[in-house]
Ligand binder design. Structure first.
Ligand SMILES: NC(=O)c1ccc[n+]([C@@H]2O[C@H](COP(=O)([O-])OP(=O)(O)OC[C@H]3O[C@@H](n4cnc5c(N)ncnc54)[C@H](O)[C@@H]3O)[C@@H](O)[C@H]2O)c1
Length: 337
């Protein structure tokens, strides 16, 4: 049985907690939150994705309001960090130095230097570290990767990715709306598509971005052209939508012999258009990426095998590209990578 300490019981912490109840061979043995009342699971939470039913066994979970006291008490194999982004580096480093593997939510850190420090600690301590770039485990995004890698449909001509969300007014103490702490939509929301762009097409050579500022600082809307030889890749990340809008994810990929359309507003969110065959709807697992990413890391910890789907280095690279986009939008200049 792999034992986990879950830190931060806001939107994503509650999501992880609900998932742990559906994974075999994992037990939550510690909970930590600076707000004691957030560890009360009868409380209602916020977020832009519905949290599943909370069936997780918490009978063995000790509760802590101090992270350092929790690390000193022990009784777990790894630490799952669902805390505000500006705390990721400090807490991940403390956990690894105390002898624990770490699952840390995305974005990896607030700055590139912080991500570098996390990787240095991972190497120094020999602990496992992965980041919650969950789309690498999300069935429809995984299927797109398979289609692209199959080589059956020729080269990519263009790709346009987009992610729109209402403003995230649900965060505890309002940290996410403060650009300095979260990196605003550019880092918090848009990082998912930046990570897909890296995973599907490899690293771009540079970025040219334009942004619209959010009230709390940083960009609430970011539009980017990525520099790739021989294809056009663009993206939009936006969390300035009114609260009735909901979360929308899209990716339209034009290839020589097919078009892939991922669109979560459709009842079948993934469509493949193939000459002679018309529309094809690939079969998708109904379970989500949070389930697969956490189950995968539980397996990594149990077998002592380093994560291969989301390595810390890959997450760091996506973070640095998103930061370059923010810099490009601030300076109105192309940023080389
Ligand atoms: N993978 C995804 O799809 C996804 C979705 C949403 C959020 N996230 C990420 O998850 C992280 C948390 O976001 P959220 O939306 O859950 O935020 P949130 O505000 O809803 O929850 C954060 C929780 O951390 C607690 N906390 C704050 N400081 C703490 C500390 N020093 N020690 C212990 N607990 C502390 C807060 O009390 C709160 O309960 C962020 O990095 C965010 O980017 C990922």
């Amino acid at each position: 049985m792999t034992k986990v300490a879950l830190v931060g019981l806001g939107f994503m912490g509650r999501m992880h907690l609900s998932i742990y109840g559906t994974i075999e061979n994992v037990q939550v043995t510690a909970l930590c939150d600076v707000h004691e009342e957030n560890m009360d699971m009868s409380r209602k939470g916020g977020g832009n994705i519905a949290v599943g039913e909370m069936k997780t066994d918490l009978s063995k979970a000790r509760k802590f309001t101090s992270f350092k006291a929790m690390l000193a008490a022990g009784g777990f194999d790894y630490v799952d960090l669902c805390i505000p982004t500006h705390l990721h580096k400090e807490y991940a480093v403390l956990a690894m130095e105390a002898g624990y593997d770490v699952f840390c939510e995305k974005p990896m850190a607030r700055t590139g230097e912080e991500a570098d420090a996390m990787i240095a600690t991972m190497k120094k301590t020999g602990k496992l570290l992965t980041i919650g770039q969950c789309l690498r485990f999300w069935p429809m995004y995984v299927k797109v990767k398979e289609l692209l890698d199959s080589g059956k449909y020729g080269k990519v001509i263009s790709a346009e990715l987009a992610r729109y969300s209402p403003s995230p007014t649900w965060s505890v103490d309002g940290w996410i709306e403060k650009g300095e702490l979260s990196g605003s939509a550019g880092l918090d929301l848009h990082i998912h598509d930046v990570d897909m762009i890296h995973w599907w097409f490899g690293a771009p050579k540079g970025v040219t971005s334009s942004g619209v500022e959010a009230a709390g600082g940083g960009f609430g809307h970011l539009a980017t052209i990525y520099d790739y030889p021989g294809m056009t890749v663009t993206s939009v990340g936006d969390w300035l939508c009114v609260d009735t809008f909901g979360l929308i994810m899209r990716a339209l990929i034009v290839m020589e012999k097919a078009v892939i359309n991922l669109d979560t507003t459709q009842s079948k969110p993934l469509t493949l258009y193939i000459p002679g065959e018309g529309k094809v709807y690939p079969e998708l697992d109904v379970r989500d990426g949070y389930f697969f990413e956490l189950r995968s890391f539980v397996g990594n910890v149990a077998t002592r095998k380093a994560p291969t789907v989301v390595t810390a280095e890959a997450a760091m690279q996506s973070l640095k590209t998103a930061l370059a986009e923010i810099k490009s939008a601030e300076t109105h200049k192309k940023v080389a990578l």
